[in-house]
Design a protein around this ligand. Sequence first.
Ligand code: HEM
Length: 440
Amino acid sequence: MSSAHPSHPRPPGLASLSPEQKRVLESFQGNPLEQFTYLAGQLGDVVDLSHPEWQGYLLSHPEHIEWVHLQTGRLFDKGYSEPATQALLGNGLVTSERAFWLRQRRMIQPAFHRERIAGYGQVMAGYALRLLADWQEGQERDVHADMMRVTLEIILKTLFDTEVGEQSQAFGRAMDWALGGMAGMFSGASEAQSLFNQGVEEINRFTAQVIAERRQNPTDRGDLLSMLLAAQDEEGSGMSDAQLLDECKTLIMAGHETTSNTLSWAFYLLWKHPQAEARLHDELERVLGGRTPTLEDLEALEYTNLVIKETLRLLPAVWSVGRRAAQDTEIGGYFVPEGTDLQMSQWVVHHDPRWYEQPLEFRPERWAGGLEKRLPKYAYFPFGGGPRMCIGNNFALMEAPLILATIAQRYRLQVLEAPRLEPSITLRPKHGLKVRLEPR
Ligand code: HEM
């Protein structure tokens, strides 16, 4: 994977498909999960997805995926150019590139060190418990909406030290407008743009106001923003207000929908697999015996952690990541011209029978006994990897099991309608997750 030359062959693509294969592919129209899986299965580890207006490849071998992740910032960039993403996230950690990104990542990383975020365990479990105050046995609820709410409240509390209340509700509404508007813009709905603009404006207003207040009174409140306000680069300069705004918005956006999707999928999978659910319940009884879980319990909650791990494999909240080639290069013997977009799909790789026995089955126990050590490194990459790896992975791996344990101790969630997968930027349940709350 070094000396690139245009004389290297192009990977097989749509033109290499037989008429029958084309028909099958067409039947998956509008469903990139099925399309990617089918193309990788039929055409191999490097597939040319290009059409006349766009050049892109799908990579499905863990070794290629590892190399692209590790070369990001050199041979590859993230390559975000969507105006809507820029408007929503600005130039924050998710979207920025190269030297600017590195400066920001170095300043923000300490806020996510294990010891610093350890203090948030209590907020996570406490907020899940508070959510349950509204729940009653026999009730029918959209538990995905509940997960969105509780994870938003948690990120707002841990980032801004803001209590649950009107502000977080208003913020949640603005996010619904922005994200709903964005989805509508992709599908061409006419009022979507103004809904999106209104949402972004509200989010900016709220976030800028918090930052301004905290500049006035910069004491360490133990939240993430205190760390960001105090952070300095190697020259001793801090972040401008505009940069803080972008970073805060990015952390809120990147840090709550992913976790709430993971929890909704976990509840769905547990309902579908009563044996796994029974094992989870046994563990919760044995380890907690009715207590609210704390950070100290997490290590003993082995099966709970495996449920989250397996959920992130089978229904990965981030189902595909992209990079753009910054120069001509070569992958797997194929030429990759500068500007090519590369898609690497967790969905495809996590379901590949070369790495997983019965890959479509939900079996948390598959991870016990060192499976991860035997796998190629990027056969499991729910949080990405290399320099651009998720900064919030430890945060999420505290939050998701603590919320799951708190809820599953009290209720069984009876799913009323199988959820539809919506592979938007994240993989989410299209019309939420309707459940009935059954007593334990
Ligand atoms: C289950 C939950 C989560 C999943 C599955 C997830 C997944 C990911 C993935 C795959 C990436 C890399 C994207 C790429 O390589 O293009 C990423 C990046 C990122 N995530 Fe997460 N994430 C989760 C939770 C969080 C949380 C809780 C936060 C913050 C509180 C967060 C903040 C970020 C940020 C800021 C980046 C960009 C990092 C950089 O490029 O320097 N994520 N996440």
